[in-house]
Design a protein around this ligand. Structure first.
Ligand code: SF4
Ligand code: SF4
Length: 687
């Protein structure tokens, strides 16, 4: 099974800035798609005492696992990073593929696939890269659009969270000074101007608790108490859609929305916390947080457990987790239930089926942050995020709101009704000022003065009622509109050439897939046999590259989630069929069941190690000299033919793979990609 490998920080910095200068893109996201902010409006939100520049975030998941993912989310406009959940069991064996985005979105994912210490490093790297990008001025952000909040996520039980390593992770996020100092030294000389940046070291003081489906409510409360009382963190508890109860949950999913095939097992409800239990622990935890001057909140929602009725995941997986459009409706109904009980007493984070269309609605309900995952796994990837924010700007513009609070009041026309709930007398001047500001498009905050927060709170609750009813009845969330898999065209991928639609590049959350150029060529299948004192050549069909533009996968970033296979119009899966490049020789050897390549430089020599159908070859190139070796042979290649001292009579050398490896060497080591950048940085450090 593939394993994610963190990329050295110096190489990541180099790749990011070189790409920005040479290609006007960052980690394969074109600069023209980067969200620059809205200079006309203030989209900043309040979250656990912080003021992120937008309320948008990537949900804890595949988009917040590695440093480059988090940078890509930032470039898309996300400013609240819900970091992928970490836990003490950090050597997981996760089934592959683990993401199924053919229709609504299912997964069998779990927590971070990196070690705890590596996760800490990745999050610190991401924070530093973002700060360097902002400091470079190359993003041309609107003023105030650089503020980011990192929200930790830990799981899954108190015993695990109290272990030294998880506690060290949390402490490291709260004070990352040591990691920052270590990484600062790794910034290459070429970018020395960033070495003295005043990098943030207090990376996070807020944490969202993720518990297993079926975690007892007593355990959830104990963990939350530990986070609040012992650690002094702002803490959010992520709740499950099963909280709706079997009748309402199944009624919405199977009957109202029509997903009859998605069956929630009885055990999912039996084992989970029930509404009265959740209600009670929220009261107690909210009080505890208030006593300590900390923030408490809830998050809707975790994914929904359903039986594995599809054939994407291994049959051994009896259950899988549903997300996407149907979860949006379930989670919004939970928000409705929670607000009907508690009003706007505690902040709510929201993540369930968010996309560019419903993002402005979720913001109109005062949910912060509003995070997304399934939608960013679709064609366009992180490049889909800016449309969320431009749609929010349009919606704010349409109702004349210049801040998010004003937008909450004006979005659904509920401001007057909300004002009526504040108990202001008919002749109260504040009431008159608010009505006047509403009618004339005036400043609502200035009109309401100290009652503004209450007014906004009341509007959040009223907006929630409107939207829950509307989304539940909206056919865009029903099965009929979410049942079509991405189109396949019936052809099968091969090592080179495809329809070059490039969809596989942005749909990879880790930026593992990349493009490179190869000369259009016909590579002969060449066998040389040493007979009667000379090499005899025989020829076959050969390898043909009909297109200059080719696709490849960087093994170190590919966890075989399967997402690029779903969106590739051809069959076979880009990550399985296209050339696979390993960052280190050790990994090329370790993952010996994978075909693929490792390329590196040693002084003036360029080395390519290749594996084809399990057969291993090595190519050395120095100036015009080429040496090629495989099992049982090692030859020099001169003018396209093998030479060696005293070859054995009958010795066979197949040069087909020599040509493939030589083509790849010329392209991969001499253009910008994760393989060549790492080699360059290593070589410079060795100088
Ligand atoms: S290359 Fe494909 S399979 Fe690998 S991580 Fe990216 S999307 Fe998933
Ligand atoms: S591998 Fe598939 S998704 Fe990638 S460019 Fe080729 S056809 Fe498109």
């Amino acid at each position: 099974m593939a394993e994610l490998r963190p990329y050295p920080f110096g190489a990541l910095v180099t790749r990011m800035f070189r790409e920005l200068d040479e290609r006007q893109s960052v980690f394969d996201l074109p600069l023209r798609k980067v969200y620059r902010g809205d200079p006309q409006r203030d989209l900043s939100a309040r979250f656990q005492g912080h003021h992120p520049s937008t309320p948008l975030g990537p949900a804890a998941g595949p988009h917040t696992q590695m440093a480059q993912n988090i940078v890509l989310a930032f470039l898309g406009g996300c400013r609240v990073m819900e970091l992928k959940t970490v836990q003490i069991m950090d050597e997981l064996d996760i089934p592959r593929p683990c993401i199924d985005m053919e229709t609504v979105g299912y997964n069998v994912e779990w927590s971070q696939e990196l070690k705890l210490e590596e996760s800490l490093d990745e999050y610190v790297k991401a924070s530093m890269l973002i700060e360097m990008l902002v400091a470079s001025g190359k993003l041309d952000l609107a003023p105030g659009y650089e503020r980011v909040v990192f929200d930790m996520s830990v799981g899954y039980d108190l015993k695990g969270i109290q272990t030294d390593r998880v506690q060290a992770f949390i402490a490291g996020m709260r004070d990352a000074g040591t990691v920052v100092d270590r990484l600062r030294k790794q910034i290459p000389r070429e970018f020395a101007q960033f070495r003295d940046l005043d990098f943030a070291t207090k990376l996070s003081d807020t944490l969202t608790l993720s518990t297993f489906h079926g975690c007892p409510p007593e355990e959830i409360e104990l963990i939350m108490r530990h986070l609040l009382a012992d650690l002094g963190l702002h803490a959010i508890v992520k709740l499950n859609p099963m909280l709706l109860g079997p009748a309402r949950c199944r009624g919405l999913l199977n009957d109202t929305l029509g997903y009859t095939e998605a069956q929630v097992p009885d055990t999912a409800f039996e084992n989970d916390a029930k509404w009265p239990q959740v209600q009670a622990f929220c009261e107690r935890l909210g009080d505890l947080a208030a006593e300590r001057g900390l923030g408490f909140g809830v998050k809707f929602s975790n994914t929904l457990i359903v039986r594995n009725h599809r054939d994407m995941f291994p049959a051994s997986e009896k259950e899988m987790y549903l997300s996407g459009p149907p979860l949006h409706v379930l989670a919004m109904n939970l928000v409705g239930q929670f607000r009907a009980t508690f009003g706007d007493r505690w902040p709510i984070s929201f993540s369930a089926g968010i996309d560019k269309q419903n993002f402005p609605d979720a913001v109109a309900l005062g949910l912060v942050p509003v995070t997304t995952c399934s939608d960013l796994l679709k064609a366009g990837g992180y490049g889909r995020a800016p449309a969320y924010l431009s749609n929010l700007s349009k919606a704010m513009n349409a109702c004349g709101a210049s801040t998010l609070d004003e937008y909450v009041l004006r979005a659904y026309g509920k401001a007057e009704a909300a004002l009526a709930t504040l108990g202001l007398a008919a002749d109260d001047p504040t009431r008159a000022a608010c009505l006047d500001a509403l009618a004339k498009g005036g400043d609502l905050a200035a009109a309401a003065v100290e009652r503004f927060a209450d007014w906004v709170s009341a509007a959040k609750v009223l907006n929630t009622e409107v939207y829950v009813e509307r989304c539940t009845a909206d056919p865009r969330y029903a099965k009929a509109q979410n049942d079509k898999p991405p189109k396949k065209i019936g052809s099968h991928l091969t090592l080179f050439d495809c329809i070059t639609c490039d969809k596989c590049v942005p749909v990879c959350p880790n930026d593992a897939n990349f493009t490179f150029d190869l000369p259009v060529d016909s590579i002969p299948v060449e066998r040389f046999t040493y007979r009667d004192g000379a090499w005899q050549r025989s020829e076959g069909a050969g390898f043909t590259t009909e297109k200059k533009h080719q696709l490849a996968t960087f093994h170190d970033f590919c966890n075989e989630c399967g997402n690029c296979d779903v969106f590739c119009p051809e069959d076979g899966g880009p990550y399985k069929m296209k050339p696979r490049f390993f960052g280190t020789e050790a990994d090329w050897r370790l993952f010996g069941t994978y075909d693929g390549f490792h390329l590196r430089r040693e002084g003036e020599v360029e080395i390519v190690m290749g594996r084809f159908d399990g057969q291993e070859f090595t190519l050395w190139a120095e100036g015009d000299a080429r040496r090629f070796a495989g099992e049982g042979f090692a030859v020099n290649v001169v003018d396209g033919a093998p030479t060696c001292e005293a070859p054995d009579e009958g010795q066979v050398v197949d040069l087909t793979y020599f040509h493939v490896m030589e083509h790849l060497r010329r392209s991969i080591l001499h253009t910008l990609n994760y393989v060549s950048t790492r080699q360059d940085v290593d070589a410079r450090q060795a100088e």
